[in-house]
Ligand binder design. Sequence first.
Ligand code: MN
Ligand code: MN
Length: 296
Amino acid sequence: MIVPGLLSRARGAFLGFAIGDALGASVEFMTASEIARAHDGCHRHIVGGGWLRLKPGQVTDDTQMALALGDALLEANGFDLETVARHFLAWLKSKPVDVGNTCRRGIQRYRLDGSLISAFSEGDAGNGACMRNLPVVLATLNDAELFERWTLAQSHFTHNHPLSDAATLALGHMTRVLLLGGSRADCRAISDKLVAAHRTFRFVPYPKNTTGYVVDTYQTVMHGFLTTESLEDCLVKVVNLGGDADTNGAIAGMLAGAHYGEEAIPARWLRRLDRAVRKRIEKQTEALLDLNNQGG
Ligand code: MN
Ligand code: MN
């Protein structure tokens, strides 16, 4: 495989993320057998619908929150948590089609008392912080320490749990390494470290849990990414497992896009993706990469 250039990989990651969201949302909260019955054996087209009754190509909270975080980084010309909080609140006020419970609670807390950090909570081990972190990855490509600091700060605004932190850091580091030209073997090494620290993330043999619990999401994404050989196969495999299919699909699309590049995204999917979202992603990806050249 010819290694695609940085811009192709970065656009691949963000567009792959949004496409995983749009593709998976049609089957969110269904079981694998329900999906097979409803979609002639396999769900592989962006058709909208699902429990949110989406238009074909429409994205959900996953992509919208990532774009809100990206806008905040660009407005602040770097990281400012208050700016991030303001963008998340503006997004919540825009009456989004879906909002995760932990995300809503965190944003409402900020609205009421202005606080920027949620206290540790056992219930905060959902995948909501992890799903929206790609803009931080894009803006901190050359600085691993900065990546970790910004990641934890944006995560703790809504999710304060060591398993959420560990998965968000690991998946972000994998995406960084892929964007910088690394391989799936490098991702495996990052994953091995995570599993050594937290055995619960083990995904071989794959336990087939697909809820929004960050451990389930991590296992499902890694299983899909490491057992397929194309972006299309990776996304189809992950979303057809059902459960939190849009979020699992989005995160898998981020890794697969960073690995295979924009050119690997099937044209039929790219054509279907909401045009305004696609435009915003393309602009934001370049602008976020530019933040790397401004000395932090
Ligand atoms: Mn969603
Ligand atoms: Mn979801």
